[in-house]
Write a protein that binds this ligand. Structure first.
Ligand SMILES: C[S@@+](CC[C@H](N)C(=O)[O-])C[C@H]1O[C@@H](n2cnc3c(N)ncnc32)[C@H](O)[C@@H]1O
Length: 213
């Protein structure tokens, strides 16, 4: 697990208690004072900026995480930059969580406001379109939108919005092509599209099982 934002280390301590004893937990913070904290075995502190791609590469090049939790500055530009840096380091089947998304709605705080362009919550809402990328008319997308939505379409299985928290889950393996639609019934064919051979259907079901396990 990786947590962005360590502060007094309270979060890291809770995760240490909550998860199995052999769980390896990493924490990142830009505050030098955090480096003075003493942590038990299997908790590793990294002094640096989660939005800095070079820092992330240097410290975590060979790491892959089951869980990444952003409890850092909560400033949308930091949350988005950290997500772009770290989502690729999430394991297949892993989950990326962002705390305190309610700040996106608060006018007096971090440039938030209802439907405020550039806010954390609007960024994660926009990723919902990546789930349905295969059905969007390419002519309606800018080159940049197409690139981003296509990239996340391969990786994002699910986006969950809880009060205050947004959670983005990765597929168990990268999606390689658009899903096929299955229409089938046991009694008779009303639709010629559903005339798939049973062995093809079985193969498709197996592929889908692997993606979603
Ligand atoms: C809300 S506190 C973290 C609380 C901690 N997760 C807990 O549960 O006890 C936010 C922390 O994020 C750190 N922070 C802010 N921006 C950061 C960044 N870009 N990269 C890493 N840490 C950052 C701050 O220094 C601060 O200690």
């Amino acid at each position: 697990m990786l947590e962005i934002g360590v502060d007094n280390g309270g979060g890291l301590e809770i995760w240490k208690k909550y998860f199995p004893a052999n769980t390896v937990i990493h924490g990142i913070d830009i505050n030098e004072d955090c480096a003075k904290l003493k942590f038990p075995e299997n908790i590793h502190f990294h002094l640096g900026d989660a939005t800095n791609a070079d820092f992330i590469r240097e410290h975590f090049e060979d790491e892959q995480f089951d869980i990444i939790l952003d409890d850092g500055s909560h400033h949308p530009k930091d949350v988005i930059a950290a997500f772009l840096n770290l989502f690729p380091l999430l394991k297949n089947g892993g989950i990326y969580l962002v705390e305190d998304c309610e700040l996106s709605y608060q006018k007096n705080c971090l440039n938030g406001g209802f439907l405020k362009k550039g806010s954390t919550i609007e960024f994660f809402k926009s990723l919902v379109d990546s789930l349905n990328y295969d059905y969007i008319d390419a002519a309606d997308l800018t080159r940049e939108q197409k690139k981003t939505l296509k990239e996340y379409n391969k990786m994002i299985r699910k986006i969950l919005f809880y009060p205050n928290i947004c959670a983005i889950e990765k597929y168990a393996r990268e999606k390689e092509e658009p899903f096929q639609t299955l229409m089938t019934g046991l009694i008779d064919y009303a639709n010629p599209l559903s005339r798939k051979r049973p062995e093809d259907l079985r193969a498709l079901i197996e592929i889908n099982k692997e993606m979603f396990s």
